[in-house]
Ligand binder design. Structure first.
Ligand SMILES: [Zn+2]
Length: 231
């Protein structure tokens, strides 16, 4: 099991794994190119490909894209693994994303908090977050899934004058953005936040891949298409 504060040997394993997988990123080059993820952005995020597992507990991730979770200091503290095969994962009977057993819920891309910016974008999913960084050039972080928001993450966003929460063009995406910007029974609204809606059936990455960064940027900055938070 992986605690919230990993041991030294866990960290060493993750670092070793990240290096091994980074060296194999060429195996996922076609996938990344088709998704509009530039080699520079992939390298900065230390994306990798699991040709060979770094250890026995990573054997089930062979053939997947490795997405490391990095601390603000750049230490690897875990991974998500995405299937990059050209098929419908559901029909194949497996999950599009797999994580390590017992991994705690973490925000991805927390280096964004170090950037000198009054604006930050909150995305659902790591590759969507990368897409915003590539296409819009603004600091962005990702939550691992639409229902994974942790209340203590609120205070990480103190001091921003504009927090843009991107809603995917589906029901869970819209609910997530609404809950964050308007608040819910359990959660106060995120101050200075507004929701931005992707077109029906789309997310940040699909927009970037199909239409390019300018279209994605227009959607992100379009205030008339978004809902302001009440605070
Ligand atoms: Zn698959």
């Amino acid at each position: 099991m992986t605690g919230i504060v990993p041991t030294k040997s866990q960290r060493q394993f993750w670092e070793k794994a990240a290096r091994l997988y980074e060296d194999e990123i060429h195996e996922a080059a076609g996938y990344l190119e088709a998704r509009g993820i530039t080699p520079q952005a992939a390298a900065a995020a230390r994306l990798g490909y699991v040709s060979k597992a770094a250890g026995r507990r990573h054997e089930i991730f062979v053939g997947r894209l490795a997405i490391p979770y990095l601390t603000v200091e750049g230490d690897v503290v875990g991974f998500k693994f995405r299937c990059v095969a050209d098929h419908n994962c559901k029909e194949e009977g497996h999950a599009k994303y797999l994580g390590e057993e017992g991994a705690p819920m973490r925000l991805w891309g927390v280096d964004a908090f170090l950037e000198d910016s009054e604006t930050i974008v909150v995305c659902e999913g790591e590759l969507n977050c990368l897409s915003v960084r590539i296409g819009v050039g603004v600091p962005a972080v990702a939550i691992p899934g639409a229902t994974s928001w942790q209340p203590y993450w609120h205070r990480l966003f103190d001091g921003y004058t504009e927090i843009i929460v991107v809603a995917h063009g589906d029901q869970p995406g819209r609910q997530f953005a609404r809950r964050l910007t308007k608040g819910s029974r359990e959660l106060p609204p995120l101050p200075n936040s507004r929701a931005v809606h992707m077109p029906e059936g789309e997310d940040e990455n699909s927009i970037l891949a199909k239409h390019g960064g300018e279209t994605l940027a227009r959607l992100i900055w379009d205030v008339t298409e978004s809902e302001q938070s009440t605070s």
